[in-house]
Design a protein around this ligand. Structure first.
Ligand code: PMP
Length: 341
């Protein structure tokens, strides 16, 4: 056991957990990187840590400075955790459709929140554009300066995974890894991890798991930027464009995952393996099963357990919400949630 000097040092070095059901169903060893065990309870703590520490090294952040970011929530929480520990403030622009739990956590972590309507990237009032404009405005008045973290374009986001997630997976498996798969929000996780693993062994099959309604499936499968039909309730993943971060990914293949498959997967993980996780983890594990079936029995595949399910209690784990989306609600969830059918 180690004593960490602060919370920032406690980010990363998460365990790999063997996923029993997914492994048995495929004859492979499917391992989940337990990113929900980070201090801010998600994989985005790593991006928060790297974007702030690298900015410090470049002299782009001064004591008492303000960190501004547009985020579906988890990046904001990661930034707020690191900022609190290192003496910065945070201002977060978030689409109002994101879960109440994430917004409440952000406020508790000390972030100032600006909620905006959920609009497509092509709209000038999309949250990413509002975030950038706000940062530019505030730069004129903030006495200690402003850092716009800019996770879609900031290569420190992918560097976090090139320097931590990738090496950890390699070391933890002793290099015995045949496949790596995860979904894309900004693509930081997939880009940094895939690049590291491919450099270690080019035969490792790297893949993207994409929900319906986004462009990553077609991009990694066929090299075209074209969204698949449909939509998804999964928060934090799904993108319709290729960013500088995504361009650094080294990815061989892609798999489409339906919401029904993703949701059944997280319910299964909770009911049978004691893992209460968010929707993007369902996409990742269901994608890992597809990759395992393609590779055949005997292979080891790693994916990401992105965040904790308590961040989605009012949505994924709320039978009423799930019924309103025409998604499956198992009888045990009705009982456990305390809401009568
Ligand atoms: N899962 C969740 C719940 C997220 O919030 C995010 C980031 N938005 C991701 C997965 C994807 O991470 P990345 O930005 O590294 O692609």
């Amino acid at each position: 056991m180690t004593i960490h000097n602060d919370v920032v040092a406690a980010i990363g070095n998460t365990p790999l957990i063997k996923l029993k059901h997914a492994s048995e169903a495929t004859g492979c060893t499917i391992l989940g990187k337990a990113e929900f065990m980070n201090p801010g309870q998600s994989v985005k703590d790593r991006a928060g840590k790297w974007m702030i520490l690298e900015a410090e090294k470049r002299g782009d952040l001064k004591p008492g400075g303000l960190v501004v970011e547009a985020t579906a929530g988890n990046t904001g929480i990661g930034l707020a955790v690191v900022a609190a520990a290192r003496g910065y403030r945070t201002l977060i622009v978030i689409p109002e459709t994101q879960s109440q739990e994430k917004k409440d956590t952000l406020r508790l972590c000390g972030a100032e929140l600006v909620e905006v309507p959920a609009l497509p990237f092509s709209n000038p009032n999309n949250y990413a554009h509002v975030g950038r404009r706000l940062a530019d405005e505030l730069r004129k008045t903030e006495p200690n300066g402003v850092l716009f973290a800019d996770q879609w374009n900031n290569l420190d986001n992918a560097k976090a995974h090139y320097e931590s997630t990738g090496p950890e997976i390699w070391d933890q498996t002793g290099g015995k890894v045949d496949g790596f798969i995860c979904a894309v929000g900004t693509g930081g996780t997939l880009a940094g991890t895939s690049r590291y693993l491919k450099e270690k062994n080019k035969d490792i099959v790297t893949a993207c798991a994409d929900p319906h309604g986004f462009a990553m499936y077609e991009w990694f499968k066929n090299g075209v930027v074209k969204s698949t039909p449909g939509d998804s309730i999964t928060e934090g993943i799904g993108i319709g464009r290729v960013t500088p971060v995504i361009e650094t990914a080294k990815v061989d293949d892609a798999f489409l995952v339906s919401d029904e498959d993703a949701v059944n997967t997280i319910y299964d993980l909770l009911q049978h393996e004691g893992l209460c996780l968010g929707g993007s983890t369902g996409v990742n594990v269901a994608g890992a099963v597809q990759l395992a079936k393609q590779l055949g029995p005997g292979h080891t595949i790693v994916t990401i357990l992105c965040d904790s399910g308590n961040r989605y209690q009012s949505k994924l784990y709320n039978p009423e919400f799930m019924r309103s989306k025409n998604l499956p609600v198992p009888a045990w969830l009705e009982r456990r949630s305390g809401i009568k059918p």
